[in-house]
Write a protein of this length. Structure first.
Length: 107
């Protein structure tokens, strides 16, 4: 399951939004992605100048993350793995330090 919640930051008592989703979808392999990119930037496309726009990925299941990263890269974006759902998910969710940043890697 790709968790793409992009609404305002959750005041969830130190629990990330993806962790809440995982609680409702027990047994699902949750991957948080497409969360930190603003829709306007996504709509501009994956390439700008000599760079590929970054989309972050977080999750605890490596196979599922690989599938999502392959999907992101098939669109032309650069998939950056932030690690597990708790740590990686929290830093890319709304209110986290990576939310809304328009970052690029060399193409």
């Amino acid at each position: 399951m790709i968790e793409i919640k992009t609404r305002a930051a959750c005041n969830c008592h130190n629990i990330g939004a993806s962790e809440i989703v995982a609680g409702f979808a027990q047994g699902a392999r949750i991957v948080k992605a497409f969360n930190s990119i603003r829709m306007a930037h996504f709509n501009e496309g994956p390439v700008k100048g000599q760079g590929r726009r970054v989309i972050f990925v977080s999750g605890d299941d490596e196979e599922s993350k690989r599938t999502v990263k392959d999907l992101i890269e098939s669109f032309g974006f650069a998939a950056i793995d932030l690690g597990g759902l708790v740590t990686g998910g929290r830093i890319q969710q709304a209110g986290g330090p990576l939310a809304g940043l328009d970052l690029f890697v060399a193409a």
